[in-house]
Design a protein around this ligand. Structure first.
Ligand SMILES: Cc1cc2nc3c(=O)[nH]c(=O)nc-3n(C[C@H](O)[C@H](O)[C@H](O)COP(=O)(O)OP(=O)(O)OC[C@H]3O[C@@H](n4cnc5c(N)ncnc54)[C@H](O)[C@@H]3O)c2cc1C
Ligand SMILES: O=C(O)[C@@H]1CCCC=N1
Length: 389
């Protein structure tokens, strides 16, 4: 096994959205950065593939709204820098039982943070949102900043800009060992590399990568069925027909959320998914075929999105990596401060890519992060994370 002679400032492991934006931030700041990816790029085996993701300010927690305030600016900066469009504003319709905690807390946070919104009534709902039914007892508010991120394009843009700033991207190089130290040694199936710091952004593989460093986080990997539903009348759910992204904060007194995006990637097909799935091993994702969520979605489509065929036309796979509280992990390794971890994005991390990249870059350079990271610390899992050291 050969050893690369260069000493990198930082090695980022995993070229999903978080690793790609971390590497981009480091290279933009002039740091010698190596980005390692186990698969040939682009690939559809992790969490960042697919053409679209929702971007929004609509959150229960104010800290996410404040992060997004900066993140919208960072998305616009990348768009300008690369000369590509990554965001399309559609508005995000938030619906939920009018007096429920899940709905009122999102609504109150949006209003408290002065995010631009429009509150809808039962009377004016259908004139604003065509072809959708507001369930009895549900309220509706539109987060006007909500919209679609062109995900595959965003990922490629982050990687291309990283390379433009002088970064080194090696795909098809699976990392098999990390040796902590003042200089960290990273071994792939092809080579050994050395760096002053390492950032682990390995998505569903985070715990496999952390094992040699003696740390295990309480992460649960879920396989998600990504369902696309056919319009009965072509174009009726297209953004050009004012159809927004939407989130239903809870369904029939369960804590399950349903979300959707206007037809875009497949002509005439609308993406509507359940915000949960079934436990899986990322190396054996396709072994398991639980479709109970598809039945739940079929019933929802029949009653509330009546202009769609209630059988999915396409079902694809993706993975979530969930923490117990569904908040991210953005922290230094408890025993090795030059190993930084970005993990547990819990099915809602894409929209934060540029700001997470900036924050992980700051952590890896030993700086005080420009945002309060206390909600994202590893020590909140005390008793749940395992350290072998
Ligand atoms: C169906 C679905 C819908 C979603 N919708 C939204 C949404 O609307 N809005 C939103 O904001 N977020 C959404 N998300 C969440 C978002 O996509 C994820 O939070 C985000 O993509 C996580 O990125 P990541 O970089 O952490 O992980 P990944 O994209 O999985 O990247 C990790 C990378 O590390 C690589 N890797 C792992 N192990 C190794 C190794 N040993 N050596 C080298 N490389 C390695 C992997 O191959 C992979 O490329 C959704 C997710 C899914 C699955
Ligand atoms: O993060 C998002 O916006 C989406 C939609 C709601 C559930 C999870 N992902």
């Amino acid at each position: 096994m050969s050893t690369d002679r260069e000493l990198f400032d930082c090695i980022v492991i995993g070229a999903g959205v978080q690793g790609s934006f971390t590497a981009y931030s480091l290279a933009k700041r002039g740091k010698r950065t190596l980005l390692l990816e186990q698969f040939v790029l682009p690939h559809s085996r992790g969490s960042s593939h697919g053409q679209t993701r929702i971007i929004r300010k609509a959150y229960v927690q104010e800290f996410y709204v404040h992060m997004m305030e900066e993140c919208y600016k960072l998305w616009a900066e990348v768009e300008r820098e690369a000369g590509v469009q990554l965001y399309r504003q559609t508005g995000l319709l938030v619906m939920g039982p009018e007096n429920s905690e899940s709905y009122t807390s999102v609504k109150n946070t949006l209003l408290k943070c002065s995010a631009p919104t429009v509150s809808l009534t039962r009377e004016n709902f259908s004139s604003h949102i065509p072809n959708m039914v507001l369930s009895p007892g549900n309220g509706a508010i539109v987060d006007l900043t909500g919209g679609v991120l062109f995900a595959d394009r965003a990922l490629k843009t982050a990687q291309d800009q990283f390379k433009k700033y002088g970064g080194v991207l090696r795909d098809q190089e699976k990392v098999v060992d990390i040796k902590p130290g003042a200089v960290v040694t990273v071994t792939t199936l092809a080579k050994t590399y050395r760096a002053r710091s390492v950032v682990i952004t390995a998505g569903p593989w985070a715990n496999k990568l952390l094992a040699p460093t003696g740390l295990q986080l309480p992460l649960e990997v879920l396989r998600i069925n990504v369902c696309y539903w056919k319009e009965k009348t072509p174009g009726s759910y297209h953004v050009n027909n004012r159809f927004p992204c939407f989130i239903l904060t809870e369904r029939e007194q369960t804590d399950q959320q349903i979300y959707g995006l206007p037809s875009n990637e497949y002509p005439g097909l609308v993406k509507i998914c359940l915000h949960t799935g079934s436990p899986t091993d990322p190396d054996h994702r396709d072994r398991q075929r639980d479709r109970s969520d598809v039945d739940i979605l079929s019933r929802y489509v029949s009653c509330c999105v009546p202009g769609l065929d209630p059988e999915p036309a396409i079902v694809e796979s993706c993975m979530y990596t969930n923490t117990p509280d569904h908040h991210f992990v953005l922290d230094r390794h408890p025993q090795h401060s030059n190993i930084v971890i970005g993990a547990g994005f819990s099915g809602h991390g894409f929209k934060f890519g540029p700001i997470i990249g900036k924050l992980l870059c700051e952590l890896s350079l030993g700086e005080v992060p420009s945002f309060d990271l206390s909600p994202f610390r590893i020590r909140r899992f005390e008793g749940l994370s395992r350290s072998a050291l």
